[in-house]
Design a protein around this ligand. Structure first.
Ligand code: PLP
Length: 425
């Protein structure tokens, strides 16, 4: 309560902005995740690895726009591409373009896909990929996992579809991500199964990596029953040079992507085996339509291409994820024996507050029973006071512009937090 009172006292302009915003937006909000009580901070500017709020406080940006902000706020190649595309090509031409093919070819070669199609968000990518899987198999049901998040209308918290999930009755939600036996038996017993859709690491569900054994077993089981295996790599494609699926030796029929692959602007894509993607070939009788005014807008095609080919190169990908692994290890070291646990892989880190009885986290259910939201909120308020912008729910997505020395500062802040609250840790 004291931390919240300090937050209110320190942020009068964010508070005022919130009071104004509720007049146009329900709850002052247009992305539910960003609502935080008593009111959210309103950010005013981003530069390099930092953001500034309306009240003038400066924070190291550890939110990284939930993985889409990978390049940071001031990348010169991205800036130059935005300006030069506007001047030399234009934003959207109402036609197919060379830029669209270039970005598609790059995505295919980088992520080992035979064909790819563009969309505007990860949600859309999943929507079209799911429709494609159903069309290809002439089946209807989709298996997903508790804690899985595949976009605004494909969310499966607490073992069931969220209220706004479309086609709710067509999803079978398997509890306990990483429970191989349960997943395989559900796949084998589900009638009319078109596809198994899974994140190789649950992102929004808490940065919980899927084990190699689990992911391979569900891939094999899906194929055994004639269903497609679909990997949602919207968050995880950044975790290895060719995506996490390739890193783990998986061979998905379809892959969905998004976030940073549009260079920081709205983007989604789905791709995979040529035979499956042919359901979207307009030259073929009975194929599916895939529309979207902005699917191939030249600005995003150009930025996405330049950013992936020149900024987040395969080498840069390895480097960023190694930096993330070092950070996670340091964080674990300074919080050993406390109620704080860190999960994730490479540059994506989940921060969890659980009663000390939890030893490892392999699925959302491990967290839910003993989660300490009071500590989680206290952590968020105090990190803000020390100049670190993290998500309230406990998620850190590193951005390329952050220096190792700045991360050392974050580790020190976490250590200070542990010391200050030792008696409740
Ligand atoms: N799939 C996963 C794994 C995601 O994490 C997200 C977004 O966080 C999405 C899909 C949806 O992407 P978008 O927010 O671009 O619609």
């Amino acid at each position: 309560e004291a931390a919240e009172a300090r937050f209110v006292a320190n942020n009068p302009l964010s508070r005022k902005q919130h009071e104004l915003a509720v007049g146009a937006l329900p709850g002052g909000n247009t992305r539910t995740l960003l609502h935080t009580a008593p009111f959210p901070l309103t950010m005013k500017q981003g530069k390099g690895a930092y953001v500034w709020d309306e009240d003038g406080h400066k924070y190291l940006d550890l939110v990284g726009e939930l993985t889409a902000g990978l390049y940071g706020h001031s990348n010169p190649i991205i800036r130059e591409t935005i300006l030069s595309t506007f001047d030399s090509v234009g934003l959207s031409l109402g036609s197919t373009t060379v830029q669209e093919h270039k970005h598609a070819a790059l995505l295919c070669s980088r992520f080992k896909l035979e064909r790819v199609r563009m969309a505007n968000t990860g949600t859309e990518a999943n929507m079209h990929a799911l429709a494609g899987a159903r069309h290809f198999t002439s089946r209807r049901k989709i298996i997903v996992f508790s804690g899985g998040y595949h976009g605004a209308v494909f969310s499966f918290p607490n073992g069931k579809p969220a209220a706004n999930t479309v086609d709710r009755d067509d999803f079978v939600v398997v509890p306990r991500y990483n429970d191989t036996e349960l997943a395989v038996s559900t796949i084998k017993s589900t009638v009319d199964l078109a596809a198994v859709l899974v994140e190789p690491m649950q992102g929004a569900g808490g940065c919980i990596p899927g084990t190699r054994e689990f992911l391979h077993a569900i891939q094999d089981a899906a194929h055994e029953v004639g269903a497609l295996f679909m990997l949602d790599e919207v968050m995880t494609s950044r975790l290895a040079p060719h995506g996490l699926g390739v890193e783990l030796g998986l061979k998905p029929d379809l892959v969905t992507m998004g976030k940073y692959l549009g260079g920081g602007l709205a983007f989604g894509a789905f791709g995979g085996r040529e035979e499956v993607m042919a359901v979207y070939d307009p030259r073929l009788e009975g194929s599916l339509a895939h529309s979207g005014t902005f699917n191939n807008n030249t600005l995003v095609m150009c930025i996405g291409f330049e950013a992936l080919s020149r900024v987040f190169t395969e080498e840069a990908c390895v480097e960023l994820n190694e930096k993330g692994d070092r950070l996670r290890e340091s964080l674990k070291h300074v919080t050993k024996g406390t109620k704080i646990m860190f999960t994730g892989r490479g540059s994506l880190i989940g921060v969890h507050f659980v009663d000390a009885c939890v030893e490892t986290i392999t699925c959302g259910e491990d967290i839910q029973a003993t989660e300490r939201r009071d500590l989680r909120d206290l952590f968020w308020f105090e990190m803000l006071e020390q100049g670190f912008w993290t998500t309230r729910r406990g998620f850190v997505a590193l951005i390329m512009e952050t220096e190792e020395s700045e991360l050392v500062g974050f580790v020190a802040a976490v250590e200070k937090f542990v010391e200050r609250h030792r008696e409740i840790m």
